[in-house]
Design a protein around this ligand. Structure first.
Ligand code: ADP
Ligand code: MG
Length: 594
């Protein structure tokens, strides 16, 4: 300390300021993409090497800059986007702070080549750690290309804070996707270590782009938002089915085409979808449009968080728009029913059919045939004798939850009623099936190659970019365990074999569930707490018979038998109970006979 107050040298001041704008490679990609979009580009190429830690390059066909403008652009507080304080109140561009290029060039080796449309000679500027090294004329196409190498090379402390290449890359991808969704009209490409990651055609609609990124299947699930009230316009898509709303789902929110987060939007989403908590989230691509002076984007240096002038209006608009979209999706052609909790996302909305006559016990029980244990043996001679104890299924191991059981039938869509030696059991079929699947998958045969069953027809599945990224990271693990899943590129995967217990699982749902399970299964150290086999089995077991499929009585009986042989028959792998037991003694007590 000198004890005297001095101005900081400019490049030091810039480095300090850079801390706010440039956090990691993805922030560089974000700022450069925003600049290209603000310059009116309709073709942008992004290239990264080493997760962006080694090199980032963004080139565009936008307006380009004259030599003077290019030199100005790398100065702090130099911007062409606003001129006076009043302009801050109505920002129509993605950038306005005039900080990004100054900040980025002060913490990297930086090269900018730009040529405005009216000229043929461009300008190249080379900067290292904030110091201009060279300015020269150069031949260049109209537009701008910025190359950022060795990010934080001059700030070892910051460099240390960058994560592994794959982590940084996944942040870069995320940024790329946000802008790809926000600007479907712009052709965008992402190259990763020399390989093509994405190449998205320009001139597209939002629907086109969503289809291109997520596969066309996804559209059948999406409800389209199209709502307007005065100045406020809400558009985009929201998922309506349980699959995409289960667990973590991507929520893309754009305010005036700016990727944004606002707590108010999350609140409105939960409210409109009647979601009990934040653990179930619908997939959304939500665009909120309103006059520029109605939204304050100057809240945070990264411009990610926004504030609304009239939050209540926006909130109510969002809720109305989402409810209307979901109601229309459920009952096309009908006006939205007021008061109805529109679209309980996460519930199946299929009408509940009355149980078919075949489920009446007198007709079904004999036909279903007790086989007296044994999974696929022929019906035993006393199969029809439902009242006879000898016909009851015996639990061979005697370790299970009952000594014998008799299937009585089912209650509603989900539950089976079982009489046992100890009383009455109400079984949650799905939870029970999850338990059985899980235990089969964690058992030692699971990884044996001969448990892998080749599918008759390989299935190709297009995944969401985030899910694809996750799955890709864990492919070797999955393939070790009897899956055969191949990366087709472009976020598509081909499945040609599955572990035997899963051969009937719908591949798309299976892959989504695996990717989500693997993402959350990995602990802080990157290892799953109970090993990958358990994580994978738990995720896969979600694909147990769903509410959609009704088991035959025969299948149900086999399920009860299988459950009885499980090590932990009482809970599903996700911790929910598989059965509720009412003992005879409890019944006696309730009837006043105890
Ligand atoms: P801001 O975007 O907040 O204005 P930047 O530091 O990101 O600040 O950019 C400074 C200025 O440089 C911009 O206002 C713009 O005039 C110019 N500029 C930056 N990138 C480009 C580009 N890709 N094409 C044309 N002009 C650009
Ligand atoms: Mg900018």
């Amino acid at each position: 300390m000198t004890g005297r107050v001095n101005f900081l040298p400019l490049h030091v001041a810039n480095q300090i300021a850079a801390g706010e704008v440039v956090e990691r490679p993805a922030s560089v990609v974000k700022e450069l993409l925003e600049n290209a979009l603000d310059a009116g580009a309709d073709r942008i190429e992004v290239e990264v090497a080493g997760g962006g830690r080694d090199r980032i390059e963004v080139s565009d066909n936008g307006s380009g800059m004259s030599r003077d403008d290019a030199l100005m652009s790398v100065e702090r507080h130099a911007t062409s986007k606003i001129e006076a304080a009043g302009d801050i109140a109505r920002i129509a561009t993605l950038g306005f702070r005039g900080e990004a290029l100054a900040a980025i060039s002060s913490v990297s080796r930086f090269r900018l080549v730009s040529c405005s449309r009216e000229r043929t000679v461009g300008t190249a500027i080379t900067i290292a750690g904030g110091k201009i090294e060279e300015v020269s004329d150069t031949g260049a196409p109209a537009g701008t290309a910025v190359q950022v190498s060795d990010l934080f090379y001059n700030l070892p402390a910051r460099r240390k804070f960058m994560r592994a290449k794959t982590t940084e890359l996944s942040h870069v991808r995320t940024v790329f996707l946000w802008y790809a969704l926000a600007y479907p009209g712009c052709s965008l490409a992402l190259k990763i270590d020399g390989r093509e990651g994405y190449r998205l055609a320009g001139g597209a609609s939002l629907a086109d782009r969503v289809r291109e990124l997520y596969g066309s299947d996804i559209m059948t699930d999406l409800a389209s938002l199209d709502w307007q009230d005065g100045d406020l316009r809400i558009s985009g898509y929201i998922s309506s089915s349980p699959l995409s709303s289960a667990g973590r789902a991507e929520q893309y929110v754009f305010i005036n085409s700016r990727p944004a987060s606002a707590p108010l939007v999350s609140y409105a989403l939960r409210e409109a979808c009647s979601l009990p908590d934040s653990s179930r989230r619908p997939l959304v691509f939500l665009f909120v449009g309103l006059p520029f002076d109605q939204v304050d984007v100057n809240v945070h240096p990264t411009k990610r968080e926004v504030r609304f002038k009239r939050p209540a209006v926006v909130r109510d608009g969002l809720i109305a728009a989402i409810r209307e979209a979901l109601a229309k999706k459920q009952a096309p052609g009908l006006p939205a029913a007021p008061g109805r909790p529109a679209g309980r996302v996460g519930e199946t909305d299929a009408p509940v059919a009355p149980p078919p006559a075949a489920w009446r016990l007198d007709r079904v029980m004999p036909a279903a045939g007790y086989t007296g244990g044994g999974q696929s043996g022929p019906p035993s001679p006393d199969a029809g004798d439902a009242g006879n104890l000898a016909a009851h299924n015996r639990n061979p191991g005697k370790q299970g939850p009952w000594i014998w059981f008799r299937l009585l039938g089912r209650v509603g869509e989900r539950y089976a009623l079982i009489e046992t030696d100890g009383g009455l059991v109400t079984l949650d079929q799905r939870a029970a099936h999850e338990r059985v699947l899980y235990e089969r998958l964690v058992s030692s045969e699971f990884s044996a190659p001969d448990c892998s069953q080749t599918l008759l027809m390989p299935v190709t599945v297009k995944m969401s970019p985030a899910d694809a990224h996750n799955l890709r990271r864990h492919l070797p693990r999955l393939n070790d365990l009897g899956f055969s899943i191949n990366d087709f590129g472009d976020d598509s995967f081909m499945v040609d074999a599955l572990p035997e217990p899963l051969v009937d699982a719908p591949c798309r749902e299976l892959l989504v569930s695996l990717s989500e399970g693997l993402a959350t299964g990995a602990g802080k150290t990157g290892e799953a707490p109970h090993g990958w086999r358990h994580t994978i089995a738990r995720a896969a077991s979600r694909l147990a018979i769903s509410a959609r499929r009704r088991l035959s009585l025969d299948e149900l009986r086999r399920l009860v038998e299988d459950l009885a042989t499980c090590r932990m028959p009482y809970v599903c792998p996700h911790g929910r109970p598989t059965m509720v037991f009412t003992s005879l003694r409890e019944l006696d007590r309730k009837f006043g006979r105890g």
